[in-house]
Write a protein that binds this ligand. Structure first.
Ligand code: CA
Ligand code: CA
Ligand code: CA
Length: 130
């Protein structure tokens, strides 16, 4: 009987862990609409903590945006897609300029005015905030 209880407890614990992992699964966006996600919004269930993006659609991330307390913290960019993040930007305006000049497809998905937006509102379009 005791063993059954232990097994049951293990199952419950496992279920809770899986549930938590599922809840915090990154929200994804398919920018070029080829069926493969290109932007991954990592979050803590409410706020966005990190954005990974594959801006040349080769299946490997090349831009990482770190967000702290709803504010842009820094961005690391692998501009030549060799696997090394050689561009490091810690200025929000500079990052937006970089995206605008180099990856205009990703303006809406990476260069936000407001990084404090909730994960449930990630796919806001300009002027559509509710
Ligand atoms: Ca895609
Ligand atoms: Ca890539
Ligand atoms: Ca590189």
């Amino acid at each position: 009987m005791k063993r059954l209880k232990t097994v049951l407890l293990i199952y419950i614990a496992l279920f809770c862990c899986l549930g938590a992992a599922w809840a915090n699964k990154p929200k994804v966006l398919d920018v070029n609409q080829d069926g493969k996600p290109d932007v991954f919004y990592h979050h803590d269930g409410e706020s966005i903590t990190k954005i990974n993006a594959d801006t040349n659609y080769d299946g490997t991330d090349d831009v990482i945006v770190y967000i702290e307390d709803g504010k842009f913290n820094k961005a690391h960019i692998d501009a030549d897609h060799d696997g090394e993040y050689e561009v490091k930007i810690d200025n929000e305006a500079q990052f937006k300029n970089w995206v605008n000049e180099n990856r205009p497809d990703f303006n809406d998905s990476l260069a936000w005015d407001d990084y404090s937006r909730k994960i449930s509102k990630v796919f806001w379009k300009p002027g559509q905030r509710d």
